[in-house]
Design a protein around this ligand. Structure first.
Ligand code: GDP
Ligand code: MG
Length: 318
């Protein structure tokens, strides 16, 4: 395990790819690797990109990749692609668009599909981002499908959070406003070459102007990811945010939140499994009958079931 970690740190791409596959696995080796890299992380800010499918997240990341490389940065990307028919096209699009970076030793792109990872997508994303960080990619970029539509809450794992919108894609501001205000550091309106984008930009600016005086102001930026217009300015802003995250010690809080989220998700999974096993116990039949007859309160039934579950929960590994 230590050898694998060492090789990844030395920049061995094959080891990195192998470790990423292990991350997705429920095998003991995967579990040991996940545990062994946790302590190495938390030096490099992670930039999250979220927003509805089709808004232009992949196109933007591609444009940023070129510019970050030009500035000498080594960039790691984790792209989460839900395997729904709706976004299958986008999945292919990501691959095709970013393919030209595949030969660049200073770029590493990992796609995750929703069927991966026994622990859920948030965890798979987290582990892969950690590995990229371990392999000295800086920054690490994370693409997820937007807010409220996916089980990945990018705000759970990203230090700098960019929400990408485009005309015709998620321009129902009322719908997106509540969630976005809390997570977005930057709100990008993409496709400003299209006529409807200006309307969206104005509407979004009005909505977010209200937050201007608060401790969490949201900046709204208009760009054209495809032609690259506005992307350099956006990158400058991102790098400023990146620096402020490093400077303010926000990293420590984020690391805490990240690991807390991990233990919370793992605990819920463990209890859930134990509960399902408990429900198969013969004694449950009696409990249900009593409850159905009115001989037992729901609270008592839950208490008794919990006792059964606690008794059955002897499966903790190592
Ligand atoms: N007109 C226009 N189209 C764009 C722009 N950026 C991206 N697109 C197109 O929008 C579509 C979806 O882009 P993609 O990056 O795959 O979106 P994602 O699902 O958010 O990753 C693609 O056909 C892109 O070519 C832009 O600035 N202007
Ligand atoms: Mg995409």
């Amino acid at each position: 395990m230590d050898t694998l970690v060492d090789r990844i740190r030395q920049g061995d791409r094959r080891c990195l790819a192998r470790a990423m596959s292990l991350m997705d696995s429920a095998e003991p080796q995967g579990r040991r690797l996940r545990d062994s890299i946790r302590r190495h992380s938390a030096q490099v800010p992670w930039w999250g990109f979220t927003g509805p499918p089709g808004a232009g997240k992949s196109t933007l990341i591609d444009a940023l990749l070129i510019r970050l490389r030009a500035r000498g940065r080594r960039v790691g990307v984790v792209a989460v692609d839900p395997t729904s028919p709706l976004s299958d096209g986008a999945f292919l699009g990501d691959r095709v668009r970013m393919m030209r970076h595949a030969v660049d030793p200073d770029v590493f792109i990992r796609s995750l599909a929703t069927h991966h990872s026994p622990g859920g997508l948030s965890d798979a994303t987290l582990h892969c981002a950690r590995l990229l960080e371990l392999a000295r990619f800086d920054p690490v970029l994370i693409e997820t499908v937007g807010v409220g539509q996916s089980e990945v809450d990018v705000a759970d794992v990203a230090d700098v959070c960019v929400v990408v919108l485009g005309p015709g894609y998620g321009d129902d501001i009322q719908l997106i406003k509540a969630g976005l205000l809390e997570i977005a550091d930057l709100l990008v309106v993409n496709k400003c070459d299209l006529p409807d984008a200006n309307r969206l930009l104005t509407a979004v600016r009005q909505e977010f102007a209200a937050a201007a005086g608060t401790d969490r102001p949201v900046e709204v930026v208009g760009i054209e990811a495809k032609s690259g217009k506005g992307v350099d300015e956006l990158l400058d802003r991102l790098l400023e945010l990146d620096r402020s995250v490093r400077d303010t010690g926000r990293r420590n809080q984020l690391q805490y939140r990240r690991v807390l989220g991990e233990i919370k998700r793992a605990a819920m999974l463990t209890y859930q499994r134990a509960l399902h096993r408990g429900l198969e116990d013969g004694a449950v039949r009696e409990l249900v009958d009593k409850l159905a007859r009115g001989d037992l309160s729901l609270e008592s039934a839950v208490a008794q079931l919990s006792a059964t579950v606690a008794g059955a929960r002897e499966d903790a590994p190592d």
